[in-house]
Structures are given as structure tokens and as C-alpha cells.
Design a protein around this ligand. Structure first.
Ligand code: M6R
Length: 604
């Protein structure tokens, strides 16, 4: 969740740490801090709140140094205060941490018994004390570091500075990612490629349990057993290293507008548009009898949309479960099951743990991820990439539609391989997918109408989203988007479920947003909307202009592009995203970095 950067170089380090932290702020943003080596001693600057608060602290008290570490925090242990902000310092040791040290309470008790006192409520501070204590017994920082790592239970990515060790940065990872960046006479450590993006595109991904010593001339890497290792240096694309907002006011709006491209790129991975066929995939869908998808949040809703397609087009049973439930449920699994993790980051702790568990059961595994070098990508036997590019807005948009697009394309493949769809149907479905980027671009024309609807939604305290079929998970995604960035309570329901309870919520102050493409259940959805309107509830129906008018006073229409039902979730996704975006803008919330959230949830 938290972002980490370390630089051991020759130029002024503080502005470089700040530059990197700004790119990492999407990972966590309740406090931030930097530490740097000044005349052989490590000094810290920390601030509660966003990076601009830290910049103000640095302006008042500059750090003149060339070696330093930085951190932007998403609080797990201890409130978001300056005292709990990283870096934490104990004696000669100053460090930053991403993850959770699960045995911190017993370690803290042990350290306290030896007279150590603590200034924060964090789990992280015990690591600094442990290392400081070990450094009193050996002159070799790496030996001391390894002894400490062996005592930690839980997840961590660490970056460490030590008084008197100018130029040295220690790093380690277990459960949380960490990369080494290679420069000319400089070295970098970061929580991901974006962290080191301002400085280099040459990166080594540390593996589980690795630790590393960096100085200006290079890196010495060790595996979990302490054996020296080398991790390959790979070139990451400029786009994963550098991201800018460009002409847009928010990353979220930019990312919404990138969707025609990101969906097109993703579909090209799975479909051959020239020949109108699905590309072969590494999975033989004819040889499996079930799919089990695990995912969290928006990825969970994308997977649910995929489920409709796998079952309808390929006759392939598909279960989709929230990973935090799946991993502890001890589910009964059968050998013919393909386990699929769906994730933007590829690092979500619960999804990764579920994937690892499925692998241990001997299941075939695939990871549908947007970060192709992520832990899930490396854990799964098969990598199914999405090509959304780096997504910075905490509210997922283009990663979601890329996931949906990939799953729809894979469902077509599965249908072909399992003999459920013939060549003509394959061509029709691929044509529909082929047209979807253009239709997504056309869907942006709903902008003005949705902006007006958003003005009204911003005054509501509760909003319902309704849909049937694949529009049901999209309705839940619409509710999640609205909740997460506008802080308005919203729920997504299957339209047919309305009269089993939720209809009691309907009154003149509770708007209902209906996602109603012209599909085989359109009439059913329309009649549900009449029921809402008849009870005085304001209804906003997002449907193609040629969809028959539902009878009911107060039904307000937003015209969506007409499209093949297969791609309706992609087209209607634009509507729910823009609706949430403009509602949040109207309310004046922090769209890209909503309160209490972080982009990658790498802790349970
Ligand atoms: O990186 P992942 O796709 O695994 O993340 C899963 C969720 O944390 C994520 O989709 C979250 O729900 C988003 N903030 C929703 O916009």
C-alpha cells in the first residue's frame, strides 16, 4: 500500500525523493516523510497529510544530501500522525516499510524489556530497534540486517539508512514488492517501477525473501537463504515509468478518456482482428470443466461480468468469489478447475494468497493482471495481460474495462475451443468486440448529460444502481465508484431483486440509476423502472435512444450508444464512471486520492 523510494547518488537527493513520492502518492497518502544522510548522520523530515505538506516542511528545514529514502503512508498500525509517519528512527537506524509486521507486539515487548522506548504506535518502529540492537553486536550491516529479517513474521518491503554508512541503502522484500533501479553512478530502490521512473527504466525485480545492499556503484543481492544472487535487469517501458496528468484536471478523467485505446490494446492481445478469429491462448478451455475466479473490489465485478460470458458463450461453469472470503473458506476444489486471479496491480494480498492456495492444491492457474511483472503474474502458470497502462487514480476505470474486454475475448476463445460457437458466431462476436473502442469513444458524448445528472446526485445521500445480467455487476461497480470518490452511500442491485426488499428505500430523495442496454431482458428492466417511478423515486435510465420508453413519470433518459449486448458493459461503464466523477467534482472531494483508500491493497 505504502510507497517507497531510495536514492544513493551524487546530486541533491531531497527534490528527487519528492518527485518520486508524488508519483507514489496514489499508493497511500495520509502522511509522508524522507530521511537523508547529512554529514554521516541520518536526518528526517516528516509531515501528516499529502506530499505538499512534506514539501513545506522541507522548505523550512532543507536537507542537503545525496543519499536518502522516502515514504508515503497508508496507515495500518497507528493513526495518520507525524509521529507515526515514516521514516522511523532508532539509534543509528532509519527506515521505511510497506507491509505489516505481524509479530511486532511480541518483538516490542522484548525490546521494551531491554530498556528500549518507542515514539510511535507503528509495527515498523520495532524493526528499526531490532536492527540498531544487532548493529551493536557486529560491524557488518548485512549480517545484522539478515538476523533481523529472520525474526520478522508478516509482509515487508524495507529501505534502510544507517548512521556512519554513507552511500549505503539496505533493502528487503517479503510479501510486498521492491525493485532495484540501475543508474549511471547512482542506484535506486522503489516499491515499483513508477517509483524509480523519474531516474531510470533499467530495473531488477527482487524476489520473495531477497535482500540487497545498494551503494553508488551497484547492488549486492541475496536470496532468503543468504546466498548471493543476481536478478536480471529488465527494461520497463517509459509509460510504466513516467505518468503525467496532461491536459486533464484529474488522473481519473484522463484514464476514463484513455479507454478506447486501452480496450483496443487489450483486445489485440486476444483477438486477431485481421482474420476475425480468437488467438490461441495458453489454456485449453476444452480440457477444463470449471473456472474459479478470485478477485477484490472492481476486479471482482469485472470477473462477474466475465462469468456471464463464459457460461453463455462457452457453457463453462464459472464461479467468482471475493478473495478475502475464498482464502479462508477452505473451498472444495476439483482438479479440472482453472483458477484465475483478476487484478489490476497483481499485488492485492488476498487475491495473491488465494492464487497461491489454488496452486498448492494442484490447480492450473492464470493471472489476468495489468502489471505484468507483478507477484501474481509470476505466481500463476499462465499470464493473461491487460494493457491498460499505469492507472494512477485510486478509483479504477481503464483497468476495469481492460479486464472486462480481456474476459469477453477469452470467453469467445473458450466458446470456439469447446465447440459452443461456430465460425459465423465467432465472427459476429469478434466484430462486436472490434467495434467496442469506437463505441466507448462515442459513449464519452454522454458527458454533458451525465454532468447534469451528477449535479442532482451530489445532493442525494443514497443512490441505487440497477441492472440485469452483466449489467448487475456493472451496477455494483457503479455504486462502488460513487461511494469511493463522492462518499455518497450507493448500492447496486439486480433489478429483479428490487421488490424483495430494496424497493422499501425508494422515495423522492433516493435516485435510481438504471443500466438498460437493449438486450434480451430490456423489457424486464423497464418494468422494474416503472415500479420505482410509480413510487415517486427519481429514475435515470441509461439506455440507447431507440430503446422503447418505459411508462412512468419522472424517468429521465441519458442516451447511450446502441451496441451488441456482449459489449454493453464496456459502453455503459463510461456512464457510471463519468457519473461518479462529476458527482465527486461537484462535491469537491479528492477524486484521485479519496479518503482512507490506497491504490494497491497489499495487506489483509
Ligand atoms: O489491484 P487490484 O485490481 O487487485 O485491486 C482490487 C481492488 O482493491 C480495487 O479494484 C479497488 O476496489 C478500487 N479502488 C476500485 O476502484
Amino acid at each position: 500500500m505504502c510507497g517507497i523510494i531510495g536514492v544513493t547518488g551524487t546530486g541533491p537527493v531531497a527534490p528527487r525523493l519528492i518527485d518520486s513520492l508524488k508519483r507514489l502518492e496514489y499508493r497511500g497518502y495520509d502522511s509522508a516523510g524522507v530521511a537523508a544522510v547529512v554529514d554521516g548522520r541520518v536526518e528526517r523530515r516528516r509531515a501528516k497529510g499529502k506530499i505538499r505538506e512534506l514539501e513545506a516542511v522541507l522548505a523550512a528545514e532543507p536537507l542537503e544530501a545525496t543519499v536518502g529514502i522516502g515514504h508515503t503512508r497508508w496507515a495500518t498500525h497507528g493513526a495518520p500522525t507525524t509521529e507515526n509517519a515514516h521514516p522511523h528512527k532508532a539509534g543509528r537506524v532509519t527506515l521505511v516499510h510497506n507491509g505489516i509486521i505481524e509479530n511486532f507486539a511480541e518483538l516490542k515487548a522484548e525490546l521494551a524489556a531491554h530498556g528500549r522506548t518507542f515514539e510511535s504506535q507503528t509495527d515498523t518502529e520495532v524493526v528499526a530497534h531490532l536492527l540498531d540492537a544487532e548493529l551493536a553486536t557486529t560491524n557488518d550491516p548485512l549480517v545484522a540486517f539478515k538476523r533481523v529479517l529472520d525474526r520478522l513474521t508478516g509482509a515487508y518491503a524495507l529501505a534502510v539508512l544507517i548512521d556512519g554508512e554513507d552511500g549505503l541503502i539496505l533493502g528487503a522484500r517479503r510479501g510486498s514488492p521492491l525493485v532495484v533501479g540501475w543508474g549511471e553512478g547512482e542506484m535506486y530502490l522503489g516499491s515499483d517501477a513508477l517509483a524509480v521512473g523519474p531516474f531510470t527504466t533499467s530495473i531488477s525485480y527482487l524476489e520473495e525473501g531477497d535482500y540487497v545492499a545498494l551503494d553508488r556503484s551497484g547492488a549486492r543481492m541475496f536470496d532468503v537463504s543468504g546466498a548471493a544472487v543476481e536478478r536480471p535487469v529488465v527494461q520497463v517501458s517509459g509509460s510504466s515509468a513516467m505518468v503525467e496528468k496532461g491536459e486533464y484536471r484529474h488522473f481519473m478523467l484522463k484514464e476514463i478518456h484513455e479507454q478506447p485505446d486501452s480496450v483496443q490494446r487489450t483486445l489485440s492481445e486476444y483477438l486477431d482482428f485481421v482474420n476475425g478469429t480468437a488467438r490461441p491462448t495458453a489454456v485449453d478451455f476444452a480440457a477444463i470443466d470449471r473456472i474459479q475466479v478470485v478477485a477484490c473490489g472492481t476486479a471482482f465485478y469485472a470477473a462477474q461480468i466475465g462469468r456471464y460470458a463464459f457460461e453463455r458463450l462457452a457453457g463453462l461453469p464459472c464461479d467468482v468469489e471475493i478473495a478475502s472470503e475464498f482464502r479462508y473458506r477452505r473451498p472444495a476444489v476439483s482438479k479440472g478447475t482453472l483458477a484465475v486471479a483478476v487484478s489490476q496491480s497483481g499485488e492485492t494480498a488476498d487475491t495473491l494468497a488465494s492464487l497461491t492456495w489454488c496452486k498448492a492444491q494442484g490447480l492450473q492457474t492464470a493471472a489476468l493482471v495489468n502489471v505484468h511483472s507483478s507477484s501474481m503474474a509470476r505466481e500463476a502458470a499462465v499470464l493473461w495481460p491487460t494493457h491498460a497502462g499505469p492507472e494512477i487514480g485510486v478509483a479504477s476505470t481503464k483497468a476495469f474495462t481492460a479486464q472486462v474486454a480481456a474476459l469477453l475475448a477469452l470467453a469467445v476463445s473458450a466458446g470456439v475451443q469447446r465447440g459452443r460457437i461456430d465460425a459465423a458466431q465467432e465472427a459476429e462476436l469478434i466484430q462486436a468486440l472490434f467495434e467496442s473502442p469506437r463505441l466507448i469513444a462515442e459513449a464519452m458524448q454522454m458527458d454533458e448529460a451525465l454532468r447534469e445528472v451528477a449535479n442532482d446526485l451530489s445532493k442525494a445521500t443514497d443512490v441505487l444502481f440497477l441492472g440485469r445480467g452483466p449489467m448487475f455487476p456493472l451496477a455494483m461497480e457503479g455504486a462502488l465508484k460513487l461511494k469511493e470518490i463522492s462518499y455518497i452511500h450507493a448500492e447496486g442491485y439486480a433489478a429483479g431483486e428490487l421488490k424483495h426488499g430494496p424497493i422499501a428505500l425508494i422515495d423522492e430523495f433516493t435516485p435510481t440509476v438504471a443500466l438498460a442496454p437493449l438486450d434480451d431482458v430490456y423489457e424486464k428492466t423497464a418494468s422494474n423502472l416503472q415500479e420505482v417511478a410509480a413510487r415517486g423515486g427519481p429514475v435515470i435510465m441509461i439506455a440507447p435512444a431507440d430503446a422503447p420508453e418505459p411508462h412512468g413519470a419522472g424517468i429521465r433518459r441519458v442516451d447511450a450508444p446502441a451496441c451488441h449486448p456482449l459489449v454493453a458493459p464496456l459502453v455503459h461503464a463510461v456512464a457510471i464512471q463519468l457519473l461518479a466523477y462529476y458527482t465527486a467534482v461537484q462535491k469537491g472531494t479528492d477524486v484521485d486520492q479519496p479518503r482512507n483508500l490506497a491504490k494497491s491493497v497489499t495487506v489483509e
